[in-house]
Write a protein that binds this ligand. Structure first.
Ligand code: PAF
Length: 283
């Protein structure tokens, strides 16, 4: 496994493989890797000749300086894991490499980015689009892999690919959960033992809401989740929205779409967590 730090080195390594007709899969990450990332990497390794994993904590997508500062970083352990997964190239640039000058591009993903995370994390998706598009230009992957835990991010990246006419297939991968249900996230390691215990209520409530949805209206299910999470000490609910899985717009009735997802964001202590659950999906 090669660990490369510059776009120039990355391009020359990939040009050689591309010339030989090899397919390239990209898994963009911010490091602090967990089993959720491993599942993306394993799929890429299975589906492509060459797998590139990028590790870059992208400053332009953080709207909170403390969150950026405290974001877990562990390049050595990450590389060990990726080597064991048969990754070909780890691309780990520094900030100057990715932003030799400020990226002034402004994307317009409305209405996908005006809901849910949008109002709570101004500029976040613009920063995600800046870095992911730069990674796509540098790697030119055939396929790129993203987790469905960041449900809104996945929809926005698909939209960005359309807007920029990029020739890359976006592969969405299911949420991977701890044995007790908590959705895997690099931020979980920042939870105290007590917060970690409390955080179980998030997935438990979402799963219970699936059952509740069988006999209740969409707005009743919304209230059910909002009441449990909103009234738990130590949680601060930002939103729970039940949305159309394609447009991300809030729904009023179960009949309004054939793809319906409930998305939640909350603070557990000082740590912001997100999760989602599918109420309806076209298979
Ligand atoms: O989902 C993430 O880890 C990040 O938003 C991504 C896609 C790697 C861009 O920095």
């Amino acid at each position: 496994m090669k660990v490369l730090n510059t776009i120039k080195e990355l391009r020359s390594a990939l040009d050689y493989s591309r010339a030989k007709g090899k397919t390239i899969g990209l898994v963009p990450t911010m490091g602090a890797l967990h089993m959720g990332h491993s599942s993306l990497v394993e799929l890429s390794v299975k589906q492509n000749d060459i797998t590139v994993v990028s590790i870059f904590v992208n400053p332009t997508q953080f709207n909170d300086k403390n969150d950026l500062m405290n974001y877990p970083r562990n390049l050595e352990a990450d590389c060990k894991l990726l080597d064991s997964l048969a990754v070909d190239i780890v691309f780990a640039p520094d900030v100057d490499e990715m932003y030799p000058e400020p990226d002034t591009r402004l994307f317009n993903f409305a209405p996908l980015d005006t809901v849910m995370e949008g109002p709570f994390r101004p500029g976040h998706f613009n920063g995600v689009a800046q870095i992911v598009s730069k990674l796509f230009y540098a790697v030119e992957p055939h396929k790129a892999y993203f987790g469905e835990k960041d449900f809104q991010q996945l929809a926005i990246i698909r939209e960005m690919v359309k807007q920029l006419s990029l020739d890359v297939e976006i592969v969405g991968c299911p949420i991977i959960r701890e044995m007790d249900g908590l959705a895997l996230s690099s931020r979980n390691m920042l939870l105290t033992a007590e917060e970690r215990q409390r955080s179980l209520l998030i997935s438990k409530t979402l799963f219970n809401s699936l059952e509740y949805a069988k006999e209740h209206t969409l707005n009743e299910v919304k209230e059910y989740v909002e009441n449990i999470i909103g009234n738990t000490d130590g949680f601060r609910l930002e939103y729970f929205q039940i949305v159309d899985g394609y447009t991300l717009q809030p729904l009023q009735d179960w009949d309004e779409s054939d793809y319906i997802v409930g998305c939640i964001a909350l603070f557990c202590g000082k740590i912001r967590l997100i999760d989602n659950i599918k109420y309806k999906e076209v298979k």
